[in-house]
Design a protein around this ligand. Structure first.
Ligand SMILES: Nc1ncnc2c1ncn2[C@@H]1O[C@H](COP(=O)(O)OP(=O)(O)OP(=O)(O)O)[C@@H](O)[C@H]1O
Length: 372
């Protein structure tokens, strides 16, 4: 039987080259930036952006007591499940650079898809809002230096076509103090040389640090490790919903988790108290409940300004819907105090891992609904 942690621990050990360590040190100890550094890490797919960002976080934590992490990689975020864009404040070193761990972000949006492709405008709006929040909260000109917080921005590996345009818009809005560009041996896959996001003739106060992917063969060619993205996403979702149960409860296998979730008493949410929004599709009014049943939804709090994107507090599984009672049954690790603020369910394309879908052996009281 497969254990969740066993599968996560299957990553190879990490090699930090001299170039990587010099790059991280030069971001963290750059004497030319008096406010703390804002570093964007970019490069093609699988070049090591996430691994370098994790390493940079650790180096920055040796100098600063906390570091912000703006995660724009909606397909494989660092501290949240897939589909989120988030700002997380980190104050502890990551002991093992191979294992991602869930953290509660300071602020997050549920984008609801594994790529920005479907809606680049909303994707960028989420990122700009998160960044503006960081500036407002952590870069106050009157705050004591010790309270200032550097920022690491990890980016997606889609660096051609629209993906490139998105990255350029992001770099221009954030105007980082440092850009760490990771290159691989196959040059046509790399980002353009130099400060590609700036208009000609504009120098700007930015340090561009170009490094190579750290894993290389004996001919100094990049060795890129293809990740099993679907498996990693599923593991993340399972780790997230594992939080519905106390950590001392013995749930080590996927089957045990599936059983535990299937018999977990759900929250009962009056349908009249919530709105439902489909993020990347249109669903006929008559089909809304069918489309929602047995799916994963973002739990959001509507904004008073309709043009603002709603902040999200976490994920839930719609366990069933009883239209006679007017109740929706929801499983979520989000604490009740936060859940009470939720008035909007966001449905995107983040699905329940198929290994968690099973017939329920023991029916749950009060639930006449379809079981997921
Ligand atoms: N320095 C390194 N030493 C060992 N393995 C590494 C190193 N850098 C990256 N890897 C491995 O290569 C794979 C891809 O790395 P990583 O996830 O950091 O890349 P990425 O650029 O963030 O990928 P994506 O474009 O999919 O977001 C991972 O399995 C990671 O463990």
């Amino acid at each position: 039987m497969t254990s969740i942690t066993e599968m996560e621990e299957a990553s190879p050990s990490i090699h930090i080259s001299d170039e990587w360590s010099e790059a991280a040190e030069s971001v963290a100890y750059d004497s030319t930036t008096s406010p703390p550094p804002i570093a964007i890490v970019c490069g093609p797919k699988n070049c090591g952006k996430t691994t370098f960002s994790r390493y940079l976080l650790n180096i920055l934590l040796q100098r600063y007591k906390r570091v912000g992490y703006l995660d724009t990689d909606v397909g494989q975020p660092e501290f949240t499940t897939t589909g989120f864009l988030s700002l997380t404040v980190v104050d502890k070193l990551t002991p093992d650079l191979t294992i991602p761990c869930l953290k509660t972000p300071e602020r997050c949006f549920f984008f609801g898809d594994v790529s920005s492709k479907r809606d680049p405008t909303t994707y960028l709006k989420c990122i700009f809002t998160l960044y503006d929040y960081y500036r407002k909260e952590y870069c106050k000109s009157d705050s004591p230096v010790r309270n200032e917080m550097p920022l690491v921005v990890n980016t997606h590996g889609w660096v051609k076509g629209v993906g490139y345009d998105i990255l350029v818009d992001m770099l221009r809005h954030i105007a980082p103090t440092h850009v760490v560009k990771i290159n691989i041996t196959s040059e046509r896959k790399n980002l353009p040389g130099g400060k590609f996001w700036l208009d000609d003739g504009y120098g700007g106060q930015v340090n561009l640090i170009e490094i190579n992917s750290a894993r290389q063969d004996s001919f100094n060619r990049s060795v890129l490790i293809q990740k099993d993205a679907c498996l990693l996403r599923d593991l993340r979702i399972m780790a997230y919903f594992r939080q519905c149960f106390p950590s001392n409860l013995n749930i080590t296998t996927i089957k045990e988790l599936a059983n535990a979730l299937a018999s977990h008493p759900p929250y009962q949410v009056p349908i009249s108290s919530i709105k439902i929004r489909h993020l990347h599709s249109q669903v006929p009014h008559t089909e809304v409940f069918y489309s929602l049943n047995a799916t994963i939804v973002g739990l959001a709090v509507s904004s008073k300004q309709p043009e603002n994107i709603p902040w999200c507090v976490g994920l839930g599984i719609v366990r069933g819907i009883d239209t006679f009672k007017g109740l929706l049954y929801l499983i979520s690790p989000v604490p009740l105090i936060l859940l009470e603020k939720v008035d909007l369910l966001l449905q995107g394309f983040i699905h329940i891992p198929t290994c968690l879908l099973q017939p329920l052996p023991r029916p749950v009281d009060n639930d006449r609904s379809i079981i997921c």
